[in-house]
Write a protein of this length. Structure first.
Length: 280
């Protein structure tokens, strides 16, 4: 249940404060996790690609976000993006659909699309919109009517709209990306020494080329830990950081990447020159 009480005054205040505007690290989502008294499956997800923390309101949103953020095609991902209310109300009238209002009010809802993404194609940027839903929502009439208003509004804006159901998502790929992303240095985490994980990742990239191709990643990482006097698990985290940085390229459709043989991975770039996290 939403903890914020929506009024015309509140909407005007949020617009004046810049909510729903900006790009990259400067974008402010229209809706935040904190706006809900019961968070349910909502979560915050930091992104090195965009340089900010994303506000995701469901597991389906989170899973789709992982795929969009990982993709080399998309250079920016803006979640909870608000559509112009005058436009959505005009569209609703033209479709003969009642425009939604906030619960227990007559205030027309600021309709949001789950993700508005900037895609780089042949040196040009264009916009693509995505909504993430659970499959059972396909049978909910109110949900479908809202989506129709959004789709038609985005069409008027010249933005293609894609509806993605959770059953359409590649589960194994999502799990692997989540596992790789979990290697990031967390807010408040103290490294054993400054630049420790960067140093360990560079060492691993140097050792990788001389390793036996038929041994598993887990075996190689255990040997790495022993050779460097590191705590168990250090090598596996360094390997995931290399994957995150696109220096070590995995097959994301494989189950249990840590058990995959080294020849299932591809090392790119030169040793010691790690690309930016989430680099495209």
């Amino acid at each position: 249940m939403a903890s914020r009480r929506w009024t015309e005054k509140k909407i005007a205040e949020l617009q004046a404060e810049g909510y729903g505007r900006g790009v990259g690290r400067d974008y402010l989502p229209w809706i935040h996790v904190r706006d809900f008294s019961s968070r349910g499956t909502s979560r915050r997800a930091p992104s090195a690609k965009t340089g900010r923390t994303h506000q995701l309101l469901s597991d389906v949103e989170y899973d789709l976000f992982l795929l969009l953020e990982w993709s080399r095609d998309f250079v920016d991902v803006r979640e909870q993006y608000p559509l112009d209310r005058d436009m959505t109300q005009d569209v609703a009238r033209s479709l003969g659909i009642r425009h939604p209002c906030y619960p227990n009010t007559h205030v027309p809802t600021v309709m949001t699309v789950d993700f508005l993404c900037t895609r780089a194609v042949s040196g040009e940027d264009d916009l693509v919109a995505f909504d993430a839903k659970r499959t059972e929502e396909a049978e909910d009439e109110n949900s479908l009517l809202k989506l129709e208003i959004q789709r038609a509004t985005l069409e008027l804006m010249g933005i293609p709209h894609h509806l993605v159901y959770h059953s359409d998502l590649p589960t194994q790929k999502v799990r692997n990306i989540d596992w790789i992303r979990d290697s990031q240095v967390k807010d408040g985490e103290v490294e054993p020494r400054q630049g420790y994980w960067t140093s360990m990742s560079i060492r691993m990239s140097q050792m990788f080329t001389g390793a036996r191709s038929n041994q598993s990643l887990a075996e190689f990482c255990a040997q790495f830990d022993a050779a460097n006097g590191a705590k168990p698990g250090t090598g596996l985290r360094a390997a995931r950081l290399l994957m995150l940085e696109r220096v070590l390229v995995p097959d994301l459709n494989l189950a249990a990447l840590e058990q995959a043989p080294l020849n299932a991975f591809r090392l790119t770039g030169s040793s010691g020159q790690l690309r930016a996290v989430g680099g495209l």
